[in-house]
Design a protein around this ligand. Structure first.
Ligand code: HEM
Length: 394
């Protein structure tokens, strides 16, 4: 299974590494000189090439149809092709095709589940498709930021909604916020002066609703993985609140320190934190590998948020270049250390299971170990059916 699915994840992982290298180049820090165009494609590489591929692969696994894997394959290939100048256009076309395929995956999932949480995630895919199409028409990335942010935010909001198992009546405000975000996105492109504050306002309403209803507020008092996931989720919501406030109050956010702060509050503070929260559950479900929770995961998580505080709080807020550079470099270390902890965790888990020849006592915190012990039953980031949400990330 690992060998069957890993090829879909590999381009996403390469996009992550190339994107991090591009981030260092954007800050004029020491980096590996892989391609001149890398800084130009940093954002798309990371949002559609890395995050998009990860989300699409997880959704394809949930759909359990072969054609669904076209979405991660196209997004992954598109991410790779946008780097060399010669294939950049072809790569952009593949990103459009991959986002369209992801939207179709959601249509199929919705036909099966008729679930409003899937509708919200589908709206996110529509924004990804819009971003990819507009980029193909040479719309600059800063103007596309709400589209890319909307994609990630609605995907994760829909997933949290699904896991929270809130009934339809109480879901109403979340659906209204999601629909309003979709309307505010093109408005922010056409009339940034009014549209970006509107986008920020709707984002704040959505994050307010999520914080109020997310089970993370309860599970933060648990232990093991549920507590770790809850802390990552709550920290992510805090960063998303900052991004919403910047969009609302800082005028059109299209360049300069406010732009850097908004972009990375969304994509590092919120998105990467959410990925950290769900990694011990998503990756076993997608790759069918054991990936037990380890307290060592706190290392990358703490480093991510602390380095972002340095970058945004000291660097961007005071326009202090040194702090932005130090924070940015530590951001890269945080993401790389997450990869190291995940690989170490998987490697030691498989070694242990290979040498296991006698039954062991139950672990002290059974809930924290659940995904590792039965990876084939581990639910995806958003399980295919309501009622199968894992307590471990609720
Ligand atoms: C981890 C280390 C990272 C560093 C050092 C870094 C650095 C940068 C820098 C310096 C900029 C230019 C900001 C400006 O023009 O004011 C930028 C833009 C951007 N970054 Fe990052 N970044 C990192 C991670 C990420 C991640 C993980 C994502 C997404 C998942 C991301 C998405 C973006 C986007 C969408 C833009 C806007 C691109 C553009 O305007 O062309 N970044 N980044």
């Amino acid at each position: 299974m690992l060998l069957r699915r890993a090829p879909f994840l590999l381009p996403g992982a390469v996009a992550l590494l190339l994107g991090l290298d591009a981030g260092l180049q954007l800050l004029n820090l020491p980096s590996v000189p892989l391609a001149n165009r890398l800084p130009d494609v940093h954002g798309m590489l990371l949002v559609l090439g890395f995050v998009g591929t990860l989300i699409a692969l997880e959704r394809a696994v949930a759909l359990r149809r072969r054609w669904g894997f076209a979405a991660p394959a196209l997004l992954g290939a598109g991410g790779m092709l946008i780097v060399p100048t010669a294939t950049a256009r072809a790569g952009q076309v593949l990103l459009v095709a991959g986002s369209a395929a992801l939207a179709l995956v959601y249509v199929s999932l919705w036909k099966r589940q008729r679930d409003e949480a899937v509708t919200i995630q589908a709206l996110g895919a529509v924004l990804a498709l819009g971003a990819a199409m507009l980029w193909l028409r040479d719309v600059p990335i800063p103007s596309l930021l709400p589209w890319l942010a909307g994609f990630v935010v609605l995907t994760i909001a829909g997933e949290r909604l699904e896991l929270a198992r809130i009934d339809l009546a109480r879901n109403g405000p979340a659906q209204v916020c999601a629909a309003a975000l979709v309307v505010a996105t093109p408005v922010s492109l056409l009339w940034p002066t009014a549209g970006q504050p509107l986008f920020g306002l709707v984002l704040l309403a959505l994050v307010g609703w999520l914080v109020t209803h997310d089970a993370a507020r309860r599970t933060v008092r648990a232990s093991g993985l549920p507590r770790f996931a809850a802390l990552c989720l709550l920290a992510g919501y805090a960063w998303l609140t900052l991004a919403g406030a910047l969009w609302l109050l800082a005028g059109p956010v299209l360049e300069g320190p406010a732009y850097d702060a908004t972009v990375h509050a969304v994509f590092l503070g919120f998105t990467l934190s959410m990925i950290m929260a769900h990694a011990p559950v998503i990756l076993p479900a997608v790759l069918r590998v054991s990936l037990p929770y380890r307290p060592a995961l706190y290392g990358p998580a703490v480093l991510l948020h602390a380095s972002l505080l340095i970058r945004v709080g000291a660097g961007d807020a005071r326009d202090w270049e040194l702090a932005r550079d130090v924070g940015g470099a530590l951001n890269v270390v945080a993401v790389l250390s997450l990869l190291v902890v995940l690989v170490w965790s998987a490697a030691t888990a498989s070694r242990r299971s290979a040498t296991r020849d006698r039954p062991r006592a139950a672990p002290a915190d059974a809930s924290a170990q659940a995904p590792a012990q039965s990876p084939t039953e581990a639910p995806a980031i958003a399980p295919p059916l309501r009622g199968r949400a894992p307590e471990v990330v609720r």
